[in-house]
Write a protein that binds this ligand. Structure first.
Ligand SMILES: Cc1cc2nc3c(=O)[nH]c(=O)nc-3n(C[C@H](O)[C@H](O)[C@H](O)COP(=O)(O)OP(=O)(O)OC[C@H]3O[C@@H](n4cnc5c(N)ncnc54)[C@H](O)[C@@H]3O)c2cc1C
Length: 202
C-alpha cells in the first residue's frame, strides 16, 4: 500500500488497484487479512481490539402471551439466555452473552432450539415452547463477523491507543469497531468520517 498505488487481492485471485483502501471489516475478520505498507503500530492497534462473542435467538408467537401474566417480556436471565426483550408484537428476542456462548455451542443441534425455548418457558410459561417460528444466529462464530459488538476488556483502551478510529492514508478504516462503543451509530459515523477523510486527501 503506497499513496496512489494500492492493491487488494481478493479470495478469487483477482487483484484490484486503487488510489486508497477503506477497510470496513470488523476487527475479527480483519486479523485474517494480510495488510502491508501500513505501520506496525497501526496494525498492532487494530489487531488488539476484540468483539463480544454472542448469539441471538428470536421466537415469534401469534400473540404476546406473556402479557396475560402481567409480564412485559423484558428480563435478565440466569440460563443460557442472558436477556429477553419484545422485538415486535408477539416476537421475543434474546441474547446469549459471551460467558454463556460455550454452553450454547455445546448443545447438540437437534436440542438447541428446544433448550432455548425451555429457558423462555421458565420465565413466561409453557406457551413459550410452541412458537410459530424461531431462529438462532451464532454471531460469535460467524466467520464474517466473529462477534456481536465491540468489547472493551480492562486495559484494552490504552493498549489499542490513540490510533483507534484514525487513518493512515491511503489506508482508511471505518465500521462500528472504530467508534467508541460499536453499534449502528458507530458504523454510520465512522463510514461518513472515513469517506470525508479519503476525499480530502484526494
Ligand atoms: C444480534 C445483534 C443485535 C444488535 N442490535 C443492535 C441495536 O439494537 N442497535 C445498534 O445500534 N446496534 C446493534 N447491533 C450492532 C450493529 O448491528 C453493528 O455494530 C453494526 O451492524 C456493525 O456495522 P459494521 O459496518 O461495522 O460491520 P458489519 O455490519 O458487520 O459489516 C461488515 C461486513 O464485512 C463483511 N466481511 C467480513 N470479512 C470480510 C472479508 N474478509 N472480505 C469481505 N467482506 C468481509 C461482512 O460480511 C459484513 O458484511 C447488533 C448486532 C447484533 C449481532
Amino acid at each position: 500500500m503506497r499513496p496512489g498505488r494500492c492493491a487488494v487481492r481478493v479470495a478469487g485471485g483477482e487483484t484490484l488497484t486503487a488510489s486508497a483502501v477503506v477497510s470496513a471489516l470488523p476487527v475479527g475478520p480483519l486479523r485474517a487479512v494480510t495488510v502491508s505498507g501500513v505501520s506496525d503500530e497501526r496494525l498492532a492497534s487494530l489487531h488488539r481490539q476484540r468483539q463480544a462473542v454472542a448469539a441471538k435467538f428470536t421466537a415469534a408467537y401469534d400473540k404476546p402471551f406473556w402479557r396475560d401474566s402481567g409480564l412485559n417480556g423484558l428480563s435478565e436471565c440466569e440460563g443460557v439466555l442472558g436477556s429477553t426483550w419484545p422485538q415486535n408484537e408477539g416476537v421475543l428476542s434474546a441474547l446469549v452473552p459471551p460467558e454463556r456462548y460455550g454452553v450454547l455451542l455445546g448443545m447438540p443441534d437437534a436440542l438447541r432450539t428446544r433448550e432455548l425455548l425451555a429457558d423462555i418457558a421458565r420465565l413466561y410459561g409453557e406457551e413459550a415452547r410452541t412458537p410459530l417460528g424461531s431462529h438462532v444466529r451464532m454471531w460469535g462464530t460467524d466467520p464474517w463477523t466473529q462477534g456481536y459488538v465491540t468489547q472493551w476488556a480492562p486495559g484494552d483502551v490504552t493498549a489499542v491507543g490513540p490510533r483507534h478510529g484514525t487513518h493512515e492514508p491511503p489506508f482508511y478504516v471505518c465500521g462500528s469497531d472504530q467508534w467508541v462503543a460499536g453499534y449502528m451509530e458507530g458504523a454510520v459515523r465512522t463510514g461518513r468520517a472515513a469517506a470525508k477523510e479519503a476525499l480530502r486527501h484526494g
